[in-house]
Every structure is written in C-alpha cells, then in structure tokens.
Design a binder for this molecule. Structure first.
Ligand SMILES: CC(C)(COP(=O)(O)OP(=O)(O)OC[C@H]1O[C@@H](n2cnc3c(N)ncnc32)[C@H](O)[C@@H]1OP(=O)(O)O)[C@@H](O)C(=O)NCCC(=O)NCCS
Length: 171
C-alpha cells in the first residue's frame, strides 16, 4: 500500500469525502454540494489523504474573516476580498490511519497562508479536540455574542481557535 499522504482534492474525490464526512460527523451533517462548493472556490485548501486507490481522510480550508464562522451545511457563495485568515472548515481521517496527519495538514495550510500573506489560521474545535489543536499551536480566542451564537450550530463545547504564524516563518 502506498504510504498515506495528503494530495490536492479533485472533483472525483467528492463521493469519498462525503462518505467519510457522514461516517465521522453523523451529528454534524453537511450536503455534498456544500463540501464541493469549497473545493470549487478554493481548491488549494482542499486535500485528501490518499492511500493507493483509496481515500482515508480529507481536510478543507478556505480564506475567511477572523471572528466569523460559516454556519454548517451552508454555502459560502463567495470568498471575502480582504480575507485575514485561512479557516480550516474540517479535517477528518479514518481511525485506522491516524497519527501525524492533522500536523501534516496544518503544515500544508501554513505554507498556503504564507504564500497568500495571510498570518493567521482559524478553526472551530469540536468533539473535545481543543487539547489536540493546542498541541498544534492554536489557542482559544474570545468569542463575542454573535460568534457564540454561530458556534452553537457546531455543538456543545465548540471552541473558536486561532494560530498566528510566527513572523520568522512568514517567507
Ligand atoms: C482530528 C484528526 C484528523 C487528528 O488526526 P491525527 O493523525 O490523529 O492527528 P495528529 O497525530 O497529527 O495530532 C496532532 C497532535 O495532537 C496530539 N494529540 C492528538 N490527540 C490529542 C489529545 N486528545 N490531547 C492532546 N494532544 C493530542 C498528537 O499527539 C499530535 O501531537 P504530536 O505531533 O506532537 O505528537 C482525527 O483524530 C480525526 O479524524 N478525528 C475525528 C474528526 C475530528 O475530530 N476532526 C476535527 C474537528 S475540529
């Protein structure tokens, strides 16, 4: 079997991405067309974990505005012109393949951010993944009432987190 590795997602990967999303996130369902819109709007941020002919995970990210989170299962319509962060919408890896893969995906997104002169990565931690994201350099960020309201669609315990890319790394 080919060593699992992140590669850019292609339109034909949508079926596998949707199947993994439905399996890993049964309580946070999103329509395939909502996921494919992200792949169309910002293909650079959309990766799949390739293991030979199989797909064992995906990561979806796109430029966005800090303190704003897109509601789940909703279309972005368009990307902001003055984006100030790359927003990691989701990362999911099938259980048998985990280990080092969130770290590897975040490294790829950091590279994208630097290339786009974006200095912050944002995400919403769910399922008690806060400690894992902290391990990867993210910190919980204060959320105003509007953001707290949006976070409620992500389930109890959802936490908005930011990771600043250190200046020495921005090249
Ligand atoms: C999230 C997910 C993709 C992580 O994949 P992974 O390959 O296990 O991630 P990594 O091994 O790169 O973990 C990143 C770091 O966090 C650490 N970590 C993992 N779980 C942790 C935990 N519960 N507490 C603290 N640290 C943790 C890892 O040891 C690693 O640190 P290291 O590189 O210094 O050893 C995978 O667990 C998954 O698909 N979960 C279900 C979906 C999900 O929760 N997605 C995130 C939604 S916000």
């Amino acid at each position: 079997m080919t060593e699992p590795h992140w590669r850019h997602a292609r339109a034909g990967d949508l079926v596998a991405i949707s199947a993994i999303a439905a399996r890993i996130h049964p309580e946070l369902p999103e329509r395939p067309e909502v996921l494919s819109e992200k792949m169309r709007l910002y293909p650079d941020g959309c990766r799949v974990l390739a293991t030979g002919d199989e797909i064992a995970g995906y990561g979806l990210a796109h430029p966005w505005m800090q303190q704003h989170v897109p509601p789940l299962d909703s279309f972005l319509i368009r990307l902001p012109e003055a984006a100030d962060c790359l927003y990691v919408h989701d990362i999911a890896v099938l259980p048998g393949f985990r280990g080092g893969l969130a770290r590897a995906y975040v490294a790829e997104i950091e590279g994208l951010a630097r290339a786009s002169e974006i200095t912050t990565i944002a995400l919403v931690s769910v399922y008690g993944t806060r400690a894992m994201w902290q391990r990867l350099g993210f910190q919980p960020a204060a959320a105003d009432a509007a953001l707290r309201d949006k976070l409620s669609s992500y389930g109890a315990g959802a936490t908005y987190m930011l990771r600043a890319i250190p200046p020495r790394d921005r090249r």
